[in-house]
Design a protein around this ligand. Structure first.
Ligand code: NAD
Length: 299
């Protein structure tokens, strides 16, 4: 028996279509058009693709999209000035600064300059604090989307043994916190974990966000587990000399082997990736509603 492949694309389309319905209600009922400002610094090709997709999806949902493309030699102060301007712009409800930033810029200072109410990525220290203490902040998109997928797959997550591999501020730590909020028993593994295989073997729910291709072996997966593979790794394909280098994407979990044990698993590509933008749009709607003090339309 093989496991189910969780269709992240279909999931993302449903999220986006729900968001578009919410946006049209907000426009009609309150004349509010949620607006998302995306800042991109430099020419990183992966970031360029992400920002293009975010811009396209924002407009498709009926929201305003404000793109700020900046040269990679922009100074810290110039970038902080732009954020300050966006913080005060009533048409902008969400602000996102595409990471990574060039090395000369202080990433933490820039993230923490974004108004917490407009921090739709949920990376501001106030929002991480609110998440850790059960408050009502903005929640990081990728982990929030993973929880939505897990709930759709499993219903209640209460009492499940959940293992998160990776402890970054962007994915691993907020993911563990959200699973804890769902009443899971949570273990966080990382690069210094002594016996990763035996930790993974205990997981009813396994979320892997590491950035190491196929680090987690299929044979480690518990029978019937639900696996969310967040990793996106670009692997060079054999390309004939003189042709442009081609790549394939792979996750952090050995997918085919994992399918033999898992009840359900997200593929890479087509799993967590597409869903992250869907949640970003939902976070922008949430931010707009809170800023205008109106209830979020229920779909
Ligand atoms: P990161 O580099 O900030 O963190 C990686 C974590 O993995 C660290 O906590 C580290 O301790 C752990 N780790 C590294 N090697 C390990 C090992 N051998 N064994 C156990 N743990 C190990 O990365 P990140 O920003 O959290 O991203 C992780 C992956 O998820 C990347 O591939 C990234 O591209 C992907 N990602 C995908 C999305 C999405 O939307 N699908 C969003 C964010 C990140």
């Amino acid at each position: 028996m093989t496991g189910k492949i969780i269709d992240g694309k279909a999931f993302a389309e449903r999220l986006k279509s729900d968001t578009a319905k919410q946006v049209s209600i907000l426009k009609e009922k309150y004349s509010i058009t949620p607006g998302l400002a995306v800042i991109i610094v430099g020419e990183d090709p992966a970031s360029q693709v992400y920002v293009r997709n975010k811009n396209k999806s924002t407009k498709a949902a009926g929201m305003n999209s404000f793109e700020h493309r900046l040269d990679d030699n922009i100074s810290q102060n110039e970038l902080l000035d732009l954020i300050e301007k966006l913080n005060h712009d009533p048409a902008v409800h969400g602000i996102l600064c595409q990471l990574p930033l060039p090395k000369d810029l202080d990433e933490n200072a820039i993230i923490n300059a974004i108004s917490p109410a407009k921090d739709v990525d949920g990376f501001h220290v106030i929002n991480s604090g609110l998440l850790a203490t059960g408050g009502k902040g903005m929640v990081p998109c990728t982990p929030l989307g993973c929880i939505k997928m897990l709930r759709a797959e499993l219903g209640s997550l209460c009492g499940k043994d959940a293992v998160v591999v990776g402890r970054s501020n962007i994915v691993g730590k907020p993911m563990a916190q959200l699973l804890l909020d769902e009443d899971c028993t949570v273990t966080i593994a990382h690069r210094h974990t002594k016996d990763l295989a035996s930790v993974v073997r205990n997981a009813d729910i396994l979320v892997v966000a590491v950035g190491v291709p196929e680090l987690v072996k299929g044979s480690w997966i518990k029978k019937g587990a639900t696996v969310i593979d967040v990793g996106i790794n670009r692997i060079k394909k054999k390309t004939p000399a003189g042709e442009k280098q081609k790549y394939r994407l792979t996750g952090d979990v050995e997918f085919k082997e994992a399918l033999k044990n898992a009840a359900a698993i997200t593929p890479v590509p087509g799993g967590v990736g597409p869903m992250t933008i869907g949640v970003l749009l939902q976070n922008t709607v949430t931010a707009a509603c809170r800023q205008h003090n109106v209830a979020e339309p229920k779909i």
